[in-house]
Ligand binder design. Structure first.
Ligand code: HEC
Length: 160
């Protein structure tokens, strides 16, 4: 140690950053990386929207596969679950025009057996998503999952 002029220097090799500084610095680096990962899709190619869309696509593919197949015991339960969710959406969004019991009002009754635009699950999904020129508004904002639930609700309420 050089001590001749009274100024003490720290020993070589012991120049450590204070612990607090190290933690702070690492924290900054981690935050930076996390920020890039979450909010800079241009760099990472990752966005919440893209991930959401991929999920919806996968779901859609799964549902389309089942398609309009007749009810099987194993899908009947799934249909009932979807239909129950759909009932709530129906009451909130559709009952004003189609009646609380699907009896009709401003819009036609939805119990069938006759449907102008078809009585299949896919027919309902199409009409609900896109609407019609004769007064049925489209509901694309509900998103695929909810639309399918409402369609399932109507479908399981058909009177044959
Ligand atoms: C503003 C009133 C209004 C609302 C709200 C509305 N509809 Fe309709 N809907 C109509 C009218 C009017 C028609 C008939 C359209 C036609 O004949 O082209 C219709 C037609 C339909 C049909 C086709 C019936 C057939 O005979 O093929 C379905 C299915 C349907 N609506 C479902 C829904 C669902 C599900 C919702 C809620 C998400 C909804 N509607 C909300 C007015 C409405």
């Amino acid at each position: 140690m050089a001590d001749f002029d009274g100024i003490k220097e720290r020993e070589q090799g012991k120049k450590k950053m204070p612990l607090g500084m190290t933690v702070f610095f690492l924290g900054l680096v981690i935050c930076g990386l996390a920020y890039m990962y979450l909010f800079m899709p241009a760099i990472t190619g990752w966005t919440q929207t893209a991930r959401y869309e991929a999920k919806i696509k996968a779901k859609e593919a799964a549902v389309t596969e089942r398609g309009n197949a007749d009810m099987h015991p194993e899908t009947e339960h799934q249909q009932m679950v979807a239909a129950d969710k759909g009932r709530k959406i129906y009451l909130a969004e559709c009952a004003v025009c189609h009646g609380e019991k699907l009896e009709g009002g401003i819009g036609p009754g939805l119990k069938g057996p006759k449907f102008r635009y078809g009585d299949g699950l896919a027919d309902h999904v199409r009409v609900i998503t896109k609407g019609t020129a004769q007064g049925m508004p489209g509901f694309p904002q509900l998103g695929t999952a909810k639309i399918k639930s409402v369609a399932a609700f109507i479908h399981t309420s058909h009177q044959h």
